[in-house]
Design a protein around this ligand. Structure first.
Ligand SMILES: *[C@@H]1O[C@H](CO)[C@@H](O)[C@H](O)[C@H]1NC(C)=O
Ligand SMILES: *[C@@H]1O[C@H](CO)[C@@H](O)[C@H](O)[C@H]1NC(C)=O
Ligand SMILES: *[C@@H]1O[C@H](CO)[C@@H](O)[C@H](O)[C@H]1NC(C)=O
Ligand SMILES: *[C@@H]1O[C@H](CO)[C@@H](O)[C@H](O)[C@H]1NC(C)=O
Ligand SMILES: *[C@@H]1O[C@H](CO)[C@@H](O)[C@H](O)[C@H]1NC(C)=O
Ligand SMILES: *[C@@H]1O[C@H](CO)[C@@H](O)[C@H](O)[C@H]1NC(C)=O
Ligand SMILES: *[C@@H]1O[C@H](CO)[C@@H](O)[C@H](O)[C@H]1NC(C)=O
Ligand SMILES: *[C@@H]1O[C@H](CO)[C@@H](O)[C@H](O)[C@H]1NC(C)=O
Ligand SMILES: *[C@@H]1O[C@H](CO)[C@@H](O)[C@H](O)[C@H]1NC(C)=O
Ligand SMILES: *[C@@H]1O[C@H](CO)[C@@H](O)[C@H](O)[C@H]1NC(C)=O
Ligand SMILES: *[C@@H]1O[C@H](CO)[C@@H](O)[C@H](O)[C@H]1NC(C)=O
Ligand SMILES: *[C@@H]1O[C@H](CO)[C@@H](O)[C@H](O)[C@H]1NC(C)=O
Length: 465
């Protein structure tokens, strides 16, 4: 069983000591430990009484408006590793998938709702619609209004007749958090659910389902991982026997983190037999948390040279290779690229590099989750500094105490072309709702046709041209 804080415990002693040089001790649950040396992390006072903090800020080297810096690192990682180990797969000729995630809009969406008709589904091979849940052993929409959207979404096949539309089944959205777990726990409850689910999917014209269980064995018994395999096995059998062959797609959204993979997915070859694809959640590797108050890239492609031991696993390359090495065919691994970013508040405005200290979530976005238009607006502020790092294939930008890790066309192109070169099955773009309004940002107009999906387009161009 994974305890809730299974990941990292950090000594917080630095919070009470203003050390010129801070040493953090990271301790994982197996009691191995890692040390990160943070250079010159003088602490910016977090209360208002100190004008020292303000003086620190003004003494910061002044950057003229938007300054763009490209960081290049000579590091010891070998970007060709996966290309080599996967060369057989890479030689195969198959069409990569671009799975676009789409959240049915809500009235309170930031900065505004993105309706189905606004999507450019010509960019996508699959549309994964979020989300449905288990209620009383049946598949139910998260919100009753969603059903009106189902027909509008399925109608998008008129624009792209090859588009496959999947409904995403989330374990964490049900009312008690237990409906999914109850459903999956016995053969008879699974069978009842499967009948209902297939009927519902057919009735609305969906081409398949994505199962997003976060995660087997997470606060549950270790037996759950076998229940997951049984469920997918029975789902596959049910599709084959009741759906005129295997036209219905069955996929799963899976963790990218070693400590979860090792516990939740013990039989990856079985998952490979029953699933058409896995959608690798290769994002949120770093975000602000009180027990890890460090700046980091949301979805780094490769590890950086100062990342050792467990930190070396927190990147897209490592996760995708790990699934492959444990028995998932590369062509079934759909690698996640986020279109959203993560914001932080700097502890000290002078220290804005990866692994520098943060003192909280950023002001931008919703609890640190920043959509592309919000990033776009942030970048238009005077005095923003934007940094591209070609090892993480990510950017960060900062102004004052605000620091945001994010993607743009350049970074997502770099990732998509690595995914293509390495022989993986394609890209899961998480998600289209965030990747919008590029033009709206540069030319604010909240009513006009403003949606251009810059990141989806960049990935599309990398995969197909
Ligand atoms: C700091 O300033 C904010 C608003 O300006 C105020 O609400 C808060 O109470 C102040 N905190 C302290 C410690 O003075
Ligand atoms: C901050 O800078 C101002 C102007 O340079 C100076 O008068 C003030 O003493 C400084 N405050 C501190 C705490 O250093
Ligand atoms: C740079 O910033 C200054 C001060 O905010 C502003 O007046 C100026 O127009 C900006 N220059 C450009 C090119 O954006
Ligand atoms: C940063 O890299 C990009 C892409 O390689 C390039 O277009 C841009 O000119 C570079 N910027 C600087 C300041 O070197
Ligand atoms: C891949 O297959 C398609 C259709 O069979 C063919 O047109 C194309 O030339 C092939 N490409 C390569 C690189 O083999
Ligand atoms: C959708 O994207 C495709 C591929 O980039 C492009 O050819 C097409 O014009 C776009 N459609 C709309 C309505 O923007
Ligand atoms: C759940 O389904 C059973 C069997 O169809 C039914 O008797 C029961 O009333 C349902 N409960 C709820 C809360 O819908
Ligand atoms: C569950 O029931 C189905 C249908 O009766 C059967 O095919 C399957 O093998 C059973 N699964 C398990 C794990 O017992
Ligand atoms: C299989 O397809 C045929 C023809 O499309 C249809 O009549 C039949 O109902 C389908 N069977 C099932 C079990 O869906
Ligand atoms: C931007 O920097 C200039 C100095 O280069 C400064 O005069 C100006 O106040 C800054 N603008 C903002 C909004 O911080
Ligand atoms: C990053 O840029 C440097 C210098 O241009 C280059 O040597 C290195 O191979 C690049 N790394 C990656 C991962 O692209
Ligand atoms: C916003 O877009 C609409 C529709 O294209 C257009 O009619 C309107 O003039 C635009 N408004 C502005 C301020 O550009």
């Amino acid at each position: 069983m994974l305890p809730r804080h299974f990941f990292i415990v950090i000594s917080l002693s630095f919070l009470v000591q203003s050390l010129p040089k801070v040493h953090l001790t990271l301790v994982n649950r197996k009691h191995s430990f890692y040390v990160v040396n943070l250079q010159d992390a003088s602490i910016e006072s977090s209360d208002n009484s100190s004008s020292e903090a303000e003086n620190l800020t003004t003494s910061k080297p002044v950057t003229d408006n938007l300054s763009v810096v490209n960081i290049t690192e000579h590091n010891d990682h070998d970007p060709t590793v996966s290309a080599t180990s996967l060369s057989l797969e890479a030689g195969k000729n198959f069409t990569r998938s671009l799975m676009c995630y789409y959240n049915i809009p809500r009235l309170n969406d930031r900065p505004y709702a993105v309706f189905p008709e606004a999507l450019n589904v010509s960019l996508c091979t699959h549309l994964v619609v979020c989300c449905a849940k288990v209620v009383n052993l049946t598949l139910q929409p998260n919100d009753l209004n969603d059903i009106q959207f189902y027909s509008r979404i399925v109608r998008l096949k008129q624009v792209n007749p090859k588009l496959k539309i999947l409904l995403s089944l989330e374990s964490i959205n049900d009312d008690t958090g237990q409906s999914f777990v109850q459903m999956i726990s016995t053969n008879s409850t699974r069978q009842r659910f499967l009948q209902s689910a297939i009927n519902t999917l057919n009735q609305h014209g969906f081409d398949g389902i994505e199962v997003s269980w976060r995660f087997p064995c997470f606060e549950g018994p270790i037996e759950q991982r076998q229940l997951f395999v049984d469920f997918l096995h029975e789902f596959r059998d049910y599709i084959n026997s009741n759906h005129n062959g295997s036209s219905m797609l069955l996929t799963a959204a899976v963790s990218a983190r070693k400590e979860i993979i090792d516990i939740a997915y013990h039989d990856i070859p079985a998952l490979a037999r029953y699933l058409d694809y896995i959608s690798l959640m290769s994002y949120d590797y770093h975000k602000f948390a009180w027990d890890t108050p460090l700046l980091g890239p949301n979805s780094p492609l490769f590890h950086m040279k100062n990342e050792i031991a467990m930190l070396r696993t927190l990147n897209v390359q490592w996760s995708a290779n790990y699934w492959y090495q444990n028995g998932m065919p590369a062509s079934k691994i759909i690698v996640g690229i986020p279109s959203y970013g993560r914001s932080y508040t700097l502890m000290n405005r002078k220290n804005h590099d990866y692994y520098d200290l943060a003192k909280g979530l950023g002001v931008t976005g919703d609890k640190g989750y920043v959509t592309f238009p919000e990033i776009c607006e942030f970048l238009m502020r005077p005095n923003v500094t934007k940094v591209y790092n070609n090892v993480t294939a990510e950017l960060y930008a900062y102004e004052g105490a605000e620091w945001i890790s994010f993607e743009n066309e350049q970074s997502s192109k770099a990732k998509a072309s690595w995914i293509l070169r390495s022989g993986f099955g394609g890209v899961a773009l998480k998600d289209l709702n965030s990747d919008d309004a590029y033009r709206q940002c540069t030319k604010p107009n909240r009513t006009g046709p403003h949606i251009s999906f810059p990141i989806a387009r960049a990935i599309y161009e990398s995969l197909y041209s």
